[in-house]
Design a protein around this ligand. Structure first.
Ligand code: DGL
Length: 275
């Protein structure tokens, strides 16, 4: 397929593009494979067991492409499936939560951290557990912001409606006195500018996707920083619609999406079917 050992990046939707963008900036010589499960988007209202089932099926497809590593650029899927995926995969599987936790631990001065995420990630309480395990004085306020996920997925990443929703998500955690806010869903950094505008210096913002991109060079030494790497983009949804929004979210990147199909709980690349 013209790609040698790509780095595979996964999200339920287009949130993971925020992670892919950072990784491509840091390692422009690498080939990347981006897969989103748009058919089952959003994952945030589903059970962790259901999300795990979807992700492990997609992992099967990703591993067939013999990637160097798999990045779960989705907090919800990381919460649901990171450990199981690491057990099943012969190559490193990297989640976004631990890098976000590490950055929040470094950033907070008052030991109060807010986490904006999906319902499933908040319900799982994974950020709270990880932060408190490292710092017993820690208070963590987790808040689900499902509306922001849907807005970002439709390309709505600025303007008044976006400012209003970001403002009310932030207000819920800032009112508790947090000095650090984790953008615990990869869709949210698409709205980084609005977050910065609305937080007005009252707290530090942490992007776990950016932190994940940074630590990749420690896990995978010799990542190429010379330009020239390729990018393939697959979706289980409508490729035209998904690519249209992707270009809105990431105008600097030329993006075409290819289709993937679900057959029961298996993911198939129709271009490789010989029937
Ligand atoms: N972008 C995903 C995350 O980081 C999930 C969004 C969703 O599918 O609900 O959690």
């Amino acid at each position: 397929m013209g790609m040698k050992r790509p780095i595979a990046v996964f999200d339920s939707g287009e949130g993971g593009l925020t992670v892919l963008k950072q990784a491509r900036e840091l390692y422009p010589g690498e080939d990347f494979l981006y897969v989103c499960d748009s058919l089952h988007f959003p994952y945030g209202h589903r059970s962790l067991a259901e999300v795990r089932g979807f992700f492990l099926a997609i992992l099967g497809f990703l591993l067939e492409r013999e990637p160097k590593a798999v990045v779960i650029a989705c907090n919800t899927a990381t919460a649901a499936a990171l450990e199981e995926a690491q057990r099943q995969s012969p190559v490193p599987v990297i989640g976004v939560i631990e890098p976000g936790v590490q950055a929040a631990l470094k950033a907070t001065r008052n030991h109060k951290v807010g986490v904006l995420a999906t319902e499933a990630t908040s319900r799982a309480g994974i950020y709270s557990r990880a932060l408190k395990a490292r710092d017993p004085e820690m208070t963590v306020i987790e808040r689900p912001c499902p509306l922001l996920v849907v807005m970002a997925e439709s390309g709505l990443i600025d303007g008044d409606a976006c400012r209003h929703t970001v403002g009310s998500c932030l207000a819920g955690v800032l009112a508790q006195g947090v000095d650090t806010v984790v953008l615990g869903c990869t869709h949210f950094p698409h709205m980084q500018m609005v977050f910065e505008e609305m937080v007005r210096g009252r707290a530090k913002l942490i992007d776990p996707g950016l932190e994940t991109a940074k630590i990749m060079s420690g896990i995978l030494p010799q990542l190429s920083r010379t330009r020239g790497g390729g990018l393939q983009f697959y979706t289980t949804g409508d490729p035209l619609e998904v690519a249209r929004v992707a270009r809105q979210l990431w105008p600097q990147q030329e993006l075409e999406a290819l289709p993937l199909h679900w057959r029961g709980m298996t993911v198939i690349d129709p271009s490789r079917l010989h029937t």
